[in-house]
Design a protein around this ligand. Structure first.
Ligand SMILES: Cc1cc2nc3c(=O)[nH]c(=O)nc-3n(C[C@H](O)[C@H](O)[C@H](O)COP(=O)(O)OP(=O)(O)OC[C@H]3O[C@@H](n4cnc5c(N)ncnc54)[C@H](O)[C@@H]3O)c2cc1C
Length: 393
């Protein structure tokens, strides 16, 4: 029922998109207005026939935030590192340091990491750098893990916890994770294969004023932490006046953001882990009793949404997200957000996603079936910003 309501909502929006697209054709051509020079951006080649893949996955959200405690299960010490919602890649290095301190605090130097997604890979590498011998146990490896189907932006407070659970201690730990991750991402800039880069992102709006993360009436608010806890990592946005950019009379606000090219980034992390002597074993754990099967006495549990079934952890809520991928375009180096859809110019493909009006879009929805109508809606929404050039008679 929830998905049907969502779909009806955005299809209604799709009608508006067509109307806006038509209106866009009547808008005056871009030209310099005021003192700011006109913004030039290469048009995107975004159309339904250029869709190459649609993927769906569930963000592992916990109202109380990620699980980082240490638990004794049978004969093993288990350090938990899961439940990072829509921020797993963004917080990965910081979360890895928290888990590493707990794991090495047991005195063991041979550590098993369960899971090979964003959290497992980064935790394994940080453990190695701290002197541990590490084996990763996982039932899936990149590129077949959920982490591969993320957008790939630095979004450290995206669906990370509910505001009511964001205590001062939680905020402090979050800020340390966000900051350490941000610093680590700087070390990947300029590396061959461009695993990490900065992009300009343009929020395009039909109305003046900054876009705010919408609130869902009568529901708990998601914690918003970036401006409060790491204001120095948030860049000052720049406004482009209507008519001074390629999007006609719309309002445009630019910001810069870190983007992870997940295909090359994951490959690099796998190489780093293996070249430092890391071992990988394919294994599925069906219950906590299976932890006793591995050699290591200390384990770090990085199973993401898989922890819900493995540990019967019903505090993990699935937040469905669908990514529509189009043929890559080498001169597309900027991102967009327009109406309910976002666009990210990854090197391995143009990525589009319907993100809805607020963070509840896809909340408590574990369906991983592709929604073709949603994919086409994302494409037509972004395409409407680029009216087709007039053809000569
Ligand atoms: C559409 C979408 C967009 C997103 N965009 C972003 C973004 O831009 N930036 C960002 O920071 N985050 C983003 N996220 C969130 C991010 O993808 C997740 O937070 C992150 O992938 C979680 O990583 P993980 O390693 O915990 O889980 P996973 O990637 O799911 O990895 C879990 C690992 O554990 C293994 N495993 C699980 N259960 C078992 C078991 N029982 N036995 C053995 N192995 C097991 C799996 O095989 C896998 O190897 C997005 C998520 C979605 C859905």
């Amino acid at each position: 029922m929830r998905r049907l309501i969502d779909r009806r909502h955005f299809l209604k929006g799709a009608g508006a998109v067509v109307a806006l697209g038509a209106a866009g054709c009547r808008m005056p051509a871009a030209g310099p207005v005021g003192s700011r020079p006109a913004l030039q951006l290469p048009p995107l080649r975004v159309s339904i026939d250029r869709i190459t893949r649609v993927t769906v996955c569930t963000r592992p959200f916990r109202a109380a935030g990620p699980r980082t405690d240490v638990e004794r299960i049978g004969t093993r010490t288990v350090v938990h590192n899961y439940g990072h919602g829509g921020s797993g890649w963004s917080l990965s290095w910081g979360a890895a340091h928290v888990a590493t301190a707990s794991a090495l605090g047991t005195g063991e130097r041979q550590i098993g990491v369960i899971g090979c997604g964003a959290m497992g890979l980064t935790t394994a590498i940080v453990l190695q750098r701290a002197g541990a011998r590490v084996t990763i146990y996982a039932k899936e490896l990149p590129p077949d893990v959920r982490s591969s189907w993320a957008t790939g932006l630095y979004t450290p407070d995206s669906r990370i916890a509910m505001e009511e659970h964001a205590t001062p201690a939680f905020k402090q730990q979050w800020a340390e994770m966000a900051r350490r991750s941000y610093e680590t991402f700087q070390t990947f800039l300029g590396v061959a294969g461009t695993p990490v880069e900065y992009i300009d992102q343009y929020a395009v709006s039909d109305e003046p004023g900054p876009r705010r993360r919408g609130e869902a009436e009568g529901k708990p608010r998601f914690a918003e932490l970036q401006r409060e806890m790491t204001p120095d990592l948030v860049m000052t946005p720049v406004d482009h006046e209507p008519g001074s950019h390629p999007f006609g009379q719309r309002y445009v606000r630019r910001n810069s953001q870190l983007m992870f090219n997940l295909a090359s980034y994951q490959r690099l992390l796998m190489q780093d882990f293996e070249s430092a002597g890391g071992a990988i074993e394919i294994a599925e754990f069906r219950s906590p009793a299976d932890f006793a099967r591995v050699r290591e006495k200390t384990l770090v549990n990085c199973t993401g949404y898989g922890a819900r079934a493995l540990l019967a952890d019903n505090s993990l809520v699935p937040v469905r997200g669908q990514i529509t991928r189009l043929v890559a375009q080498s001169d597309a180096t900027y991102g967009l957000r327009y109406q309910d859809t976002s666009f990210v110019p990854r090197r391995d493909g143009l990525l589009l996603q319907v993100t809805g009006e607020n963070d509840y879009y896809g909340y408590d929805d574990d369906t991983t079936v592709v929604d073709r109508a949603e994919a086409e809606h994302a494409v037509t929404t972004i395409a409407s910003l680029f009216p087709a050039p007039a053809t000569s008679a």
